[in-house]
Design a protein around this ligand. Sequence first.
Ligand code: C2E
Ligand code: MG
Ligand code: MG
Length: 397
Amino acid sequence: MKFLVLDDEPFVLKLLSWQLANLGFEQVIAMEHPHDALALLEEDANDIDMVLMDIQMPDMDGVEFVRHLTRINYTGGLVLISGEDQRILHTVEKLAKAYKLRVLGALHKPVIPVLLKEVIEYAPQRTEHNSRKIYAPDELRRALNNRELVNHYQPQVEMGSGRVVGVEALVRWQHPDDGLVYPAQFVSMAEEHDLIDDLTQAVMANALRQARHWHEGGVALQVSVNVSMDNLVTLDFADDVAHQVGKAGIPLSSIVLEVTESRLMKNPLTPLDILTRLHLKRIRLSIDDFGTGHSSLAQLRDIPFDELKIDRSFVHGAHEDPPQRAIVEASLDMAQHLGMKTVAEGVEDHRDWNFLQTAGCDIAQGYFIAKPMSARAVAPWMQQWESRWQGLSKSTS
Ligand code: C2E
Ligand code: MG
Ligand code: MG
């Protein structure tokens, strides 16, 4: 892989080149001036596999550079790096994506080696071909047997205190040929072909092992696991989960099960039975994607949920869209009346964050805080979040 690193500070260039070399990447071209970098790319835009760039440079800013990358049809990866201003970072990221550039991530300075590695390693190799590829049930069955499913974890942050309270486990398939495959490409297939119990089992086992590891290290993170309604058809489910959590040696209350109803249940009594017993066992229940057709008021009435997750289609941009805003505020209000914790999904930028904080939402999750990451990236990310939080709380107070 050939890298182009662009930053107006020579020290940062040296540091990044050194970090890349440590990760085993020797082919690194470091440049201080955006015009030089462009000249190089113009010669052959596809000679470079990945561009790492500072978005605040004196002679050309990130927005301009992104525009040039589009003009020359650059198809490699792009990693954006910024100093203090978090807002700009996310704006440039959005813009670059709108231009259809392959943005692999946005990093805050000082760049932490593990997070850099993360961005490069888990770069979505989702070419057009892969993201539409349909997998056969047998392939997934094989993947389950070969333990190719891994969990990534997305942090959840308490909006009042900035404390990282938990993470949501999100399954990915580390495919031997296709790279990282996202759940949209295989979860509903698993549901349709009777593989969902094995899938949930694999995700749960990984999540519990990881939760135990964090607890032993003194980081008492709550771990949320997505459960399909199709898992809630055998009455043993509640006992099985409680047994596994007990065996892992972590408190039952540190596991959250997120449920979405994605299709009509043939026998709606069984899930109700199971969910009520999970609740009695003190396992926390969360209603996911609230507000979409799948998660309705009837579920809120019937099932003892501890937490309500407002779907990201309502959250992002709510501050400037009166109907969306009304839905978010009403959902928060209702959850509070029902004594439930509120989690906003899809908090993508600073304005989403400010709006939700003012509206009184308890917990935020979304790209503004962090993207889903591998387990080993969580601790270093938490350290970096602490200093970002200082800045955030200053800017809003
Ligand atoms: P979900 O449970 O609602 O998870 C949140 C999804 O939103 C994740 O996508 C996450 O990466 C994405 N997301 C988080 N923050 C943002 C943001 O700020 N902006 C945007 N645009 N997206 C954001 P992912 O990982 O692709 O998962 C998609 C869905 O697949 C999940 O939605 C969940 O329904 C399902 N899923 C994931 N893992 C599992 C699993 O282990 N079991 C089951 N049954 N379903 C799973
Ligand atoms: Mg979820
Ligand atoms: Mg959701």
